[in-house]
Design a protein around this ligand. Structure first.
Ligand code: NAD
Ligand code: TYD
Length: 353
């Protein structure tokens, strides 16, 4: 089959990236998919075992901050499309080490933008740079309402400030160099292969191991949860049918207070593990709140629904059941990623609370 596109996906060994890589490799055999990932603590090639030998898939271990390595990939593979997901992604880590976030999320994104600009040299026909971002750039909602594509940026954490900066650079390259780009800003994802430093997999893992369930503050913060495979589907839709220069918000219409979500997970786990009702919830432990903790995120996803016809495919109830089932069937994956460096992170981070 002749190759129709040479697509660079960055961060493809991470949580969302691995779902995007899998979707593109299996849905588009006529595309060559190059997954560029530095394999930080969050990147794991185990996430892609099932497709690693696909003829249209290539993995390149490289850092997006390494301009020479990135330029070489553009040249060697004649890259004509980019889906950029590589990032430092955890708010708590950004509070401890903001510069790591500036480095990868800002410097790395600009390095990638430069590489695209230099490789494409203004011959932009058929080219596209897709930047994957977060709803956290809009800040925190306090009095109802939703984030739209017009909501002014108001990032509140080092993570969201670094993502906001990267979004600004992408748009600046569009304005200044006419680089063809699209941006999407998505709400919290959940699903398989999610690193257990984030709320849902951390709680599942701790319930499984009968460890305390650390709820920050009073547990009243609200997040809008979307199944990761629905995010991957939205990325596919936007990459193929989005309009250059546009931004699309992606969300699940699915707001949960953290404490309600943790109770729901406890109830599901009690059932799946054959524990007495209420048993797992006894593990809930309120701990010191996250510094500068955003109260509520909620996305108005009407633009992508109206203009591109995307909407979530499954309910939270179905998605959460599938997610819990995946972790319980893949305890080896959990044990593997929670050994070594994870233990040090966990002790250091939760000791402060
Ligand atoms: P993740 O932390 O699970 O994975 C990040 C990946 O990027 C890892 O594979 C890591 O090895 C790689 N990486 C990190 N630094 C790198 C570097 N310097 N060079 C090359 N590769 C590097 O992240 P995720 O949760 O899958 O998020 C992916 C993207 O989606 C991020 O840009 C994030 O901001 C965005 N996003 C995430 C969510 C969410 O709920 N997780 C929601 C909206 C948007
Ligand atoms: P997280 O998964 O880190 O995503 P984000 O901060 O990017 O939204 O956290 C989701 C919510 O859960 C957030 O309000 C912080 C809270 N949280 C806890 O209460 N305890 C925890 O151990 C973690 C990791 C998060």
């Amino acid at each position: 089959m002749s190759v129709q596109r040479n697509l660079l996906i960055t961060g493809g060994a991470g949580f969302i990236g691995s779902h995007v890589v899998r979707r593109f490799v299996t849905t588009y055999p006529q595309y060559r998919i190059i997954n560029l990932d530095a394999l930080t603590y969050a990147g794991n090639l185990e996430n892609l075992r099932d497709i690693e030998n696909a003829p249209n898939y290539t993995f390149v271990k490289a850092d997006i901050c390494n301009a020479d390595a990135v330029a070489k990939v553009f040249k060697d593979f004649a890259i004509d499309g980019v889906i950029h997901l590589a990032a430092e992604s955890h708010v708590d880590r950004s509070i401890t080490d903001p510069l790591a976030f500036v480095r990868t999320n800002v410097f790395g994104t600009v390095t990638l933008l430069n590489a695209a600009k230099e490789a494409w040299k203004g011959a932009y026909d058929g080219k596209r740079f897709y930047h994957v971002s977060t709803d956290e750039v809009y800040g925190s909602l306090h009095d109802g309402g939703f984030f739209t594509e017009e909501t002014p940026y108001d990032p509140q954490s080092p993570y969201s400030a670094s993502k906001a900066s990267s979004d600004h650079f992408v748009r600046a390259y569009g304005n200044t160099y006419k680089l063809p780009f699209v941006v999407s800003n998505c709400s919290n994802n959940y699903g398989s292969h999610h690193f257990p430093e984030k709320l849902i997999p951390l709680m599942i893992n701790n319930i499984r191991n009968n460890k305390p369930l650390p709820v920050y503050g009073k547990g009243e913060n609200v997040r809008d949860w979307l199944w990761v495979e629905d995010h991957a589907a939205a990325i596919d839709t936007i990459f193929h049918t989005g309009v250059n220069g546009e931004t699309y918000n992606i969300g699940g219409h699915n707001e949960w207070k953290n404490i309600d979500l943790v109770h729901l997970l406890c109830a599901i786990m009690d059932r799946k593990l054959g524990r007495a009702e209420g048993e797992s919830a006894k593990l809930i432990t309120y701990v010191t709140d996250r510094a500068g903790h955003d109260l509520r995120y909620a996305i108005d996803a009407s633009k992508i629904e109206r203009e591109l016809g995307w909407r979530p495919s499954i309910t939270f109830e179905v998605g959460l059941e599938r997610t819990v089932d995946w972790y319980l069937a893949n305890t080896e994956w959990l044990d593997h990623v929670t050994s070594g460096a994870y233990q040090q992170y966990y002790q250091a981070h939760y000791a402060q609370h």
